[in-house]
Write a protein that binds this ligand. Structure first.
Ligand code: BTN
Length: 276
């Protein structure tokens, strides 16, 4: 880590667009916290149209998908969460994580990391390895307000021994942003602000229009389309091929039985798995 690269609330806020700066209720930069998402969930959700942000240098209980841990060394990644409230449930709420993935992809794309892409449902990948991931928590009723916390983890430092501690043996190996951008400088503060700017625009649009405006962009970022995959739903697995996503953000899974839409489950690239 560069010594001047600790997270700094002032630097982050200075880079927010004026529209976003005017809509952000709080930007909390924490040294250590259990989880930035839990931190926001303990507080009141922001009013509709407003945003709350929390970032941490280190999480003692970082959460990943499917009950896994999210590991990131002190100052070695971007661990951030954004709180947002929808006045009523938006169309395709389950696809919110895919739309937010588009937001993170847009922010990262300005740094041109080699092989940047998205893997259904919410992994940020680069060159066959995992650069980051999203975890969305939603609370509320279908006919009432919905409070969402969008958790985003991005590996910034080359991951080194983290790879050995990675507690997700079935999934992709981790990679770090700094090892993917050549000589380019990576500022975690600038990246954090770029993600917030991008996320704000996506949440506003998702609120009114759901996933439809993002489906084609997600498809262009799809790193898995056409690849042989293993789908795990509960304790059942099926081998097949990833055929992209449908307009609701469900995975299109093809096998000898035909093509079907999958709304939840875990996908492993078979060429990357140990037993393929
Ligand atoms: C995954 O790929 O499994 C999702 C990882 C999400 C990690 C982020 S880090 C910031 C936020 N706080 C958490 O505890 N988790 C998310």
């Amino acid at each position: 880590m560069k010594s001047n690269d600790l997270l700094d609330q002032r630097v982050i806020c200075e880079r927010l667009s004026s529209a976003v700066a005017g809509a952000v209720d709080s930007v909390e930069v924490l040294d250590v916290v259990d989880s930035t998402s839990e931190f926001l969930r303990r507080g009141a959700p922001p009013p509709p149209g407003r945003m709350k942000i929390a970032l941490a240098e280190y999480q003692t209980g970082g959460r990943g998908r499917l009950g896994r841990r999210w590991l990131s060394p002190f100052g070695g990644g971007l661990c951030m969460s954004a709180g947002w409230s929808f006045p009523v449930a938006p169309p395709n709420l389950p696809a919110l994580s895919l739309a937010c993935g588009v937001a993170v992809h847009r922010a990262l794309a300005t740094l041109s990391p080699a092989g940047l892409g998205l893997k259904w449902p919410n992994d940020i990948v680069a060159g066959g390895a995992k650069l980051g991931g999203l975890l969305i928590d939603v609370q509320g009723e279908s006919d009432g307000p919905i409070a969402a916390v969008v958790g985003i983890g991005i590996n910034v430092e080359p991951v080194g021994d983290l790879a050995e501690r990675f507690d997700n043996a079935d999934s992709l190996p981790p990679t770090g942003l700094r090892s993917l951008v050549g000589d380019r400088d990576v500022s975690r503060n600038e990246l954090a602000a770029d993600v917030v700017n991008s996320l704000f625009a996506v949440l506003r649009e998702f609120e009114s229009s759901g996933f439809a405006p993002f489906a084609d962009e997600w498809r262009r970022c799809d790193a898995m389309c056409g690849e042989p995959i293993r789908l795990r739903i509960g304790d059942r697995t099926r081998d097949g091929v990833a055929l992209g996503i449908d307009d609701d953000g469900a995975l299109l899974f093809g096998d000898t039985d035909g093509t079907r839409s999958v709304i939840s489950g875990e996908v492993t690239l078979r060429r990357a798995s140990a037993d393929s």
